[in-house]
Design a protein around this ligand. Sequence first.
Ligand SMILES: [Zn+2]
Ligand SMILES: [Zn+2]
Length: 77
Amino acid sequence: MEKVCPLCNALQQVEKKCPHCGKTMLDGGALNNYLGPYSPYMEAQSLPFQSEAYCIHLLYCPECDYDRQEILALVAM
Ligand SMILES: [Zn+2]
Ligand SMILES: [Zn+2]
């Protein structure tokens, strides 16, 4: 059985609320997409960005620009 990320595959909407203003946060994409030689996430991130079990996304608030990384469990298709 194949396991996929529910956000990368548009199976699920982001349901997290911004802790500052309460707006629903938006998916900024999988952290995989931010990888690059000058990515600020290269140093800070100790976990692999994606594995057999999870996918890490950057969620952001459209209202106040708060952002955070969210680890999403993969779901079986
Ligand atoms: Zn994903
Ligand atoms: Zn906010």
